[in-house]
Design a protein around this ligand. Structure first.
Ligand code: MN
Length: 756
């Protein structure tokens, strides 16, 4: 076990003004508190916090973190209290220990249903002070290193949690060394057979390639030396888990993966990275499309490096990572390395996502920009405040942890990092929720493109916006980021609530007017109790959703109304439902009815609810089978929870609803000529059964600016074919024109509109 003075020496080595007395006090306190406990291995329990503290010193974290590491299990496992620790070590250390205690109580894998909520709690605990996460990772690393002594079942659970949560979190914080060790240990326990197999193969490979590795290494060093660049060149050992994952992901076998050799070239200055790249590319051919410059565009976890692949001596593929010593350290230690260069990074409130990445210009030492990892952590936690879907939080955070990033730019050059496969819609939401909600189109690299386009690294994205239209709910299925998904859901929910309110208001207005009364929203306040609703808005929306009949509201506001109506009916002057069959007669016994005529009819129906089309602002859909087009007399059937389905009055489907008058709603078209929405209609064409008749009819439909949405063909008798076209038209005039033109074809014997 490490002695007290050894630990103090370790901290003093990188932290000159260490409070040695504080460290000593923590050492003695923790040792005393854990004195009666042992670990599964039989070792004294105190060896665990001490080893965790040692790992924390390897990461060169500050002394508060070292103290917190020593104390991290005292509150949970001994009689120590938060108050006692605050009193002895100060509230700052008390808070760290408290955060670690909370994390200890969160179980992230055992109960599937709680995963989302638990992950939220984990992220909230660490977002407060990222040192909590760093000490927790050290704690987990030591537990993983000593997992052999733990019962098998618990071993699996802890390994799974490490693989699912802690290793990706370490990676996301830029701590590659930590991530790799956690992954390798977890892999060993989760898949012992696969581990030993891959491990054995790698050892054989190393033996087989050691000469060629030495040759390439010498070659690279010599060529760089000739160009006066001093560099450390190290071959990279492959890790069993990373090989295993590549085999799994790409469906390839070990031999197919084993031919690539990896090197890391570490130089002193940023400018030397590019010079070294030039030297290497001059000497050996580069493999196309394998070059990546993460120096000018760092990864979101602060990783910076140049990646390239060349065809080396003896036709061997060689992967190279070129970086400075500092970049190398940040690549290994990530957010933990920042403490070496900058104070206060752990809880820095500044929003670094607004700053463009600082590029080293060759004048060293380069300035380290604020940690992007920490900014990511804060953003993730912010998105958690949307409490609607804890399960989504889990899935999305996990996805975002694993996926690589694509980097895109706003027209003003702001960097937007997104997960792989993200779309322009995700981009819009990443810029701002308002931009996402009003996004209607985009230009990618200056060219108009669909908003569902998957973005590529370096794309410049200009979002075209228009206010007043909620994002289509279907986008939710397309987007990749949790932020976009949450934004679309919220906007859809709000838009729907607004629609139901608007529809309810109109239904009530119509119902009251028909009863000879006028509707005011104030009237509802007094009758809320009677209607069993809590607010006026809620009541009106319930009418819109079809949950509350408008008649009930009417009789609640005017209790005498029923009586009056009975009397009116007796005298024959009562206003009932308009005569449906009468209207149908007018509409369809007069062929070729004109649009002007229709306008007159619309005036008579001033009470009716205006319909602006299925893309308008009401929860309305058109019955595809019946096909209603502007110009048709229409009625709506209110289906609770779904809204209104529009039918032309002649539709046979309406017979189903004949007996349920409450569901019927008067509608009228209110189509703006600017609206170029198309409406569904069906026509039945009987034609001579000859080759080319279908083509002739289709051509007429296309030339008349209509669309064919679907088509059914049958043969009522051998000489004739019956074709039923589902087409899309602007309005009734347009439909009649299409019918007239088809009728003019010599192969056609009959054309009729059908409504079922
Ligand atoms: Mn522990």
């Amino acid at each position: 076990m490490m002695r007290q003075n050894e630990l103090v020496d370790r901290v003093c080595a990188y932290h000159p003004n260490t409070d040695e007395e504080l460290l000593n006090r923590a050492y003695v306190y923790a040792m005393h508190k854990h004195r009666h406990q042992t670990r599964s291995s039989g070792d004294p329990y105190f060896s665990h916090p001490l080893e965790v503290a040692a790992i924390v010193t390897d990461l060169k974290l500050d002394q508060d973190s070292v103290v917190a590491a020593l104390l991290h299990d005292t509150i949970e496992d001994t009689d120590a209290t938060r108050g006692e620790i605050d009193g002895m070590f100060g509230p700052k250390i008390g808070r760290l220990v408290d955060g670690l205690t909370k994390l200890k109580r969160i179980d992230l894998v055992s109960k599937k249903t709680r995963q989302g909520e638990n992950l939220r709690r984990l992220l909230l605990a660490i977002a407060d002070d990222v040192r909590v996460l760093l000490v927790k990772l050290a704690d987990r690393l030591h537990n993983m290193r000593t997992l052999n002594h733990v019962p098998v079942e618990k071993r699996q659970r802890i390994s799974q949690e490490t693989m699912d949560i802690y290793a990706p979190l370490a990676g996301r914080m830029g701590m590659q060394g930590m991530r790799e060790e956690l992954e390798e240990l977890a892999f060993q326990h989760l898949h012992p057979d696969a581990y030993s197999l891959v491990h054995k193969k790698l050892a054989e490979l190393q033996e087989r390639t050691k000469d060629i590795i030495l040759e390439i290494e010498g070659n690279v060093v010599n060529n760089l030396a000739k160009a006066k660049i001093s560099a450390v060149v190290k071959s990279r050992n492959k890790r069993p888990y990373s090989v295993f994952r590549k085999m799994e992901r790409n469906g390839v076998n070990f031999e197919q993966l084993s031919d690539v050799i990896g090197f890391r070239v570490i130089v002193d200055h940023v400018s030397h990275c590019y010079q070294a790249l030039g030297v290497i590319h001059t000497r050996w051919p580069a493999v196309p499309e394998r070059f990546k410059d993460y120096i000018s565009t760092p990864k979101q976890n602060d990783y910076r490096s140049i990646h390239t692949t060349i065809v080396g001596p003896s036709r061997q593929r060689v992967e190279l990572q070129i970086r400075t010593h500092e970049m190398d350290q940040i690549a290994e230690q990530g957010i933990a390395a920042h403490t070496l260069y900058k104070d206060g990074i752990y809880t820095a409130p500044a929003d670094s996502s607004q700053n463009p990445p600082t590029l080293g210009q060759g004048g060293e030492p380069e300035a380290v920009t604020e940690s992007r990892s920490y900014a990511w952590l804060r953003r993730t936690v912010e998105s958690l405040s949307d409490k609607d879907h804890p399960d989504d939080v889990f899935e999305h955070t996990r996805l975002e942890l694993f996926h690589d990033q694509v980097f895109c730019f706003t027209p003003k050059g702001r960097l937007i990092a997104l997960p792989q496969e993200a779309t322009a819609i995700d981009f819009a939401y990443a810029v701002h929720t308002d931009v996402g909600n009003s996004c209607v189109g985009c230009r990618i690299n200056g060219r108009a493109a669909p908003v569902v386009t998957k973005l590529k690294n370096g794309d410049e994205v200009h979002i075209i916006r228009a206010e007043g239209r909620p994002p289509p709910p279907a986008w939710e299925q397309v987007v990749k980021t949790g932020k976009a998904r949450a934004g679309i859901r919220r906007a859809t929910r709000e838009a729907r609530a607004k629609q139901y309110y608007g529809l309810g208001e109109k239904i009530l207005g119509t119902t009251f007017k028909r009863a000879g009364r006028s509707f005011e929203t104030d009237q509802l306040t007094a009758v809320l109790g009677k209607l069993a609703h809590t607010s006026v808005e809620d009541t009106i929306a319930a009418v819109g959703r079809g949950e509350l009949p408008a008649e009930n509201v009417l009789t609640a506001v005017f209790p005498n109304y029923q009586k009056e109506r009975v009397q009116a009916a007796k005298t024959g002057s009562g206003e009932g439902w308009f005569n449906l069959s009468g209207v149908a007669n007018i509409m369809f016994r007069i062929p070729g009815r004109r649009r002007e005529k229709y306008a007159d009819a619309a005036k008579e129906l001033a009470d009716a609810i205006p319909i602006r089309g299925a893309e308008g602002d009401l929860p309305v859909r058109l019955d595809q089978n019946s096909g209603a087009v502007p110009g048709d007399r229409i009625v709506g059937i209110l289906t609770p929870g779904e809204g209104v389905t529009v039918y032309p009055i002649q539709s046979e489907t309406l017979q189903k609803f004949e007996d349920s008058a409450d569901e019927w709603i008067d509608l009228r078209w209110d189509i703006d000529m600017e609206n170029r929405e198309r409406f569904p209609a069906k026509i039945q064409v009987i034609a001579v059964n000859a080759p080319g008749s279908l083509a002739e009819v289709s051509e007429i439909i296309a030339n008349a600016e209509s669309n064919i949405a679907n088509l059914f063909i049958s043969q009522p008798d051998p000489g004739l074919s019956e074709m039923v076209f589902g087409i899309e038209v602007w309005d009734l005039n347009h439909l009649n024109r299409v019918i007239r033109e088809i009728r003019g074809l010599s192969v056609v014997t009959n054309v009729e509109r059908v409504n079922s």
